[in-house]
Every structure is written in structure tokens, then in C-alpha cells.
Design a binder for this molecule. Structure first.
Ligand code: GDP
Ligand code: IMO
Ligand code: MG
Length: 433
């Protein structure tokens, strides 16, 4: 029951997964990233130092943890190189404790170029990390996997074919000429790969056979899932629980004994385009952004902010079968007189209680709010339940009752030690209940 823990974003990303994964990695042997790529930005503040991890599993910051980049990820070798260099500079060795799947696909320079070009027309507001095009190539059967890098002839012909295809798109669709040289890309790819060849292996086999404790670290969030999120304003992978099996190459049955936790902010943010029913565009939105420091960890863009959307959160709870929620950034609400929570949508006079698929419905839906009284006391840095004001406890209870699952932990600040356990996790000894 307690050997596998899955941590997923329950909203539109940036819920504070990095902080939570870092904290809980203390109790796990292995941390696995299995979807997305360097579009993620997972922030950890530990021992006074700030780390933002994009591609590497967050657990890698702990010396005892093995980090796994599983097959569902798309890997940018430049970012891998930069992040590992960053670890080396901070004196964190990763020798013998980082594994990269031979089935993972590469993000190539021309994917980043295409991301920029596509973005001119789509308005999705991607992170421009080449993620969408890399998955397009994967599913279009034009992708390059790490396993292909040892076969130089095959690699060259794949790159040559890709470059010709991309040049065609640039010229014929976007009327732009780009200097893409297959030979140079081939040489540069091999050079980068040669540094990290030793990390590459069949990680599905590793995960299947190991008896170590496993923490699976989702990136993005449920509402950005390519199938179940606010399509097309989503990322290009399954960032809900749906991505676990295809992202790791393991049967859904492998996860049947895992504990599933959703990380949710006490309010809502999203970055990039797309529907956001509880968005606050005026002063209140700015206040949340300022108090929460809501600027993207990957792109620095200001995040759109709004009240907690319980319709979306309940949808995420049901979709992922969450056993519990970890609530973050409650401290950001400390100074509000009143706090609103969205309990339904009003679509042209009709009350909707389930998150709809239709963009048209979402875009025209107005939030139906309940208003709760603010607690007007600092919860920042609280470590025990008894330090929380009654208003904050009521807010948490409201969320539990609405979603039907317990809030098992509260994060009370960005730093590693700022949290309160509210319930016991099977794997973890709880001292502060
Ligand atoms: P992730 O992508 O889900 O890992 O989240 P990000 O790292 O992109 O964004 C979360 C931000 O909130 C980071 O700057 C964290 O340092 C910060 N953070 C995390 N938990 C808390 C919390 O409980 N309170 C406050 N005030 N900040 C938090
Ligand atoms: P973490 O793991 C928040 C958003 C982008 C854009 C959409 C598609 O830090 O929570 P992409 O580059 O993936 O093609 O962009 O998805 N997005 C994120 N938003 N947090 C993230 O990751 C995100 N990764 C992608 O802003 O709207
Ligand atoms: Mg982030």
C-alpha cells in the first residue's frame, strides 16, 4: 500500500509540486518524471538556496534519491546538460543516481523553432521549449529516441529527413527561411549525447524489478492534460494520472497499489491562454499575483490569478482518483477580508456542476461563488494544526467536503520546512498530527 506515491498537479500547473516532491522525497528511494519536458519549472527552496528544476526529477536534490527520466518525457539535451552543470556547481553529485530512458524522445533545435512559429498563429502561450512539436514528431513517427543515438547512420538519416520536412514547413507555411544544417545538428547532438550516454537504459525494466520505494512526480497539472484538460489550451502530454502508464511503460495495474495525491493551490492560477472561469482581472487578481509572487518559474511570465475553482478541483479529484489533496499557498490568502470559492458555473442561466468539455461553454460560463470569511491572521510558516486560525481550518474543511477527499497536508510557505501534516500518509511517520 505504501511503496508507491504519485504526486500530480490538480489545477493548471505551478501548484507547488516541486516543493512537495522535494519534501516527500526524503522518504522515498526513487523519484520518477514521466511526461512533459523542460516546460516544467519546479521550485525548491532548501537550506536557504533556491533551485528550479525543469527536466530533472526534483528528488535528485537529495543525495540518497535515484532520479529517473522515463520514456514519456521529451528530453532536451541542452537543458539536461545545463541542469546537471547547475547541480555540479552546487556540489550535488548525481553519479550513479540518474537514469534516462532509452525510449524517451529528444527535443531537437528545430522543434523549438517550430514551437515559435506555431505560437504566432495559435495563441496558446506555450513555454516555447519545443514540447508540442517534439510530441507531434513522436506521434507522427518522425521522432528520435535516445536509443537511436547509438546508430549513427540511422540518426543522420532521421535528422536529414526531419530537417527537410521542417524547412518545407518554414518556407511553405510561414514564408520564412531558416538556416538548418542537418550535418551540424547531427554533430552537436552526438557531442552532447556522448557526455550522458552512460545514463541511458531501459528504465521500465528498472522500475518493474526494483524493490525500492517510488515517488512519481507529475509535471504541469490535470487541467493541462491533452485529453482531459481545456483543449486545445493544454500541454501535449497526459499530465493527469492518465499519463502514468504510457509515461513509464508500465501497466495501469502496476499503479493499483499506489497512493495518489493532488497538489492544489488555495486559489487558482494559469499561465498562457485558455479559459479560466474564476480569473480576476482587476485589482484583486493583481493582489493575488503580488502576494503569491505569481510569475512563471520557466518563462517569467505573469500568471493569471483567480479564486479557487472547486468545480475544476473536484473534476481533477474524480479523474485522478486522488486519495488526498496537499493544499499550498494558503498563506497568500491571509490578509483577505473575504475569500470566494467557485462551487458551480452559470452557463446562460443553467447551473453546471461538472467541468464541461466545450470551450464555448467554458468561455461563457460565469462562476457561482460562495463567500467565506477571511481569517486575517498569518499562517505563514505554521508547523502545527493548532497554529492555524479557525477561519483557515473552515476553509480547508469546505474544500474537503466539496471534493470528498481529505486535505492531508498544508504548505505554509515556499521553504522546505514550512508545512503542516493534517492526516497520515501510509509511508510517512507523522509527528505533528
Ligand atoms: P510547481 O511547478 O508546481 O513546482 O510550482 P512552481 O515552482 O512553478 O510555483 C510555485 C511557487 O510557489 C514557487 O515559487 C514556490 O517557491 C512557491 N510556493 C510553494 N509552496 C508555497 C506555499 O505554501 N506558500 C507560498 N507563499 N509559496 C509557496
Ligand atoms: P509545471 O510543471 C504551468 C502551459 C503553458 C501553455 C501550455 C502549453 O511547472 O507546473 P507547452 O510549452 O507545454 O506546450 O505549453 O501549457 N504549461 C504550464 N503551465 N506550469 C507548467 O509546468 C506548464 N507547462 C506548460 O503556459 O499554456
Ligand atoms: Mg512550475
Amino acid at each position: 500500500m505504501d511503496r508507491k506515491l504519485v504526486i500530480l498537479g490538480a489545477q493548471w500547473g505551478d501548484e507547488g509540486k516541486g516543493k512537495i516532491v522535494d519534501l516527500l522525497s526524503e522518504n522515498y528511494d526513487v523519484t520518477v518524471r514521466y511526461q512533459g519536458g523542460s516546460n516544467a519549472g519546479h521550485t525548491v527552496i532548501a537550506n536557504g538556496e533556491k533551485f528550479i528544476l525543469h527536466l530533472l526529477p526534483t528528488g535528485i536534490l537529495h543525495n540518497h534519491v535515484v532520479g529517473v527520466i522515463a520514456q514519456g518525457m521529451v528530453v532536451d539535451l541542452d537543458v539536461l546538460d545545463r541542469e546537471l552543470e547547475g547541480l555540479r556547481e552546487k556540489g550535488i553529485g548525481y553519479e550513479g543516481r540518474l537514469l534516462v530512458s532509452d525510449r524517451a524522445h529528444l527535443v531537437m533545435p528545430y522543434h523549438k523553432l517550430l514551437d515559435r512559429l506555431f505560437e504566432k498563429k495559435s495563441g496558446i502561450g506555450t513555454t516555447l521549449r519545443g514540447i508540442g512539436p517534439a510530441y507531434m514528431f513522436k506521434f507522427g513517427r518522425k521522432g528520435i529516441r535516445l536509443a537511436d543515438l547509438d546508430d549513427e547512420r540511422r540518426l543522420y538519416s532521421l535528422i536529414e529527413e526531419n530537417v527537410a520536412f521542417v524547412k518545407d514547413i518554414c518556407e511553405k507555411v510561414f514564408c520564412e527561411n531558416h538556416d538548418l544544417d542537418a550535418g551540424r545538428i547531427f554533430e552537436e547532438t552526438l557531442e552532447k549525447y556522448s557526455k550522458y550516454r552512460g545514463l541511458v537504459r531501459d528504465v521500465s525494466q528498472y522500475l518493474l524489478r526494483t524493490d525500492k520505494t517510488l515517488l512519481f512526480e507529475g509535471a504541469q497539472g490535470t487541467m493541462l492534460d491533452v485529453d482531459m484538460g481545456t483543449y486545445p489550451y493544454v500541454t501535449s502530454s497526459n499530465s493527469s494520472a492518465l499519463g502514468l502508464s504510457n509515461g513509464t511503460g508500465l501497466s495501469p495495474k502496476f499503479f493499483s497499489d499506489a497512493y495518489f495525491v493532488g497538489v492544489a493551490k488555495a486559489y487558482t492560477t494559469r499561465v498562457g491562454g485558455g479559459p479560466f472561469p474564476t480569473e480576476l482581472e482587476g485589482e484583486e487578481g493583481k493582489r493575488l499575483r503580488d502576494l503569491g509572487g505569481e510569475y512563471g518559474s520557466t518563462t517569467g511570465r505573469p500568471r493569471r490569478c483567480g479564486w479557487l475553482d472547486l468545480v475544476a478541483l473536484k473534476y481533477a479529484v474524480e479523474l485522478n482518483h486522488f486519495d488526498g489533496i496537499i493544499l499550498t499557498k494558503l498563506d497568500v490568502l491571509d490578509t483577505f477580508d473575504e475569500i470566494k470559492v467557485c462551487v458551480a458555473y452559470d452557463y446562460e442561466g443553467e447551473r453546471l456542476e461538472h467541468f464541461p468539455a466545450s470551450l464555448k461553454v467554458l468561455e461563457s460560463s460565469r462562476p457561482v461563488y460562495e463567500t467565506l470569511r477571511g481569517w486575517k491572521r498569518s499562517t505563514k510558516g505554521a508547523k502545527e494544526l493548532k497554529e492555524l486560525p479557525q477561519g483557515a481550518k473552515d476553509y480547508i474543511r469546505f474544500i474537503e467536503e466539496f471534493t470528498g477527499v481529505p486535505v492531508i497536508m498544508l504548505s505554509t510557505g515556499p521553504r522546505r520546512e514550512e508545512f503542516v501534516w493534517l492526516r497520515e500518509l501510509p509511508q510517512i511517520k507523522v509527528s505533528s498530527l
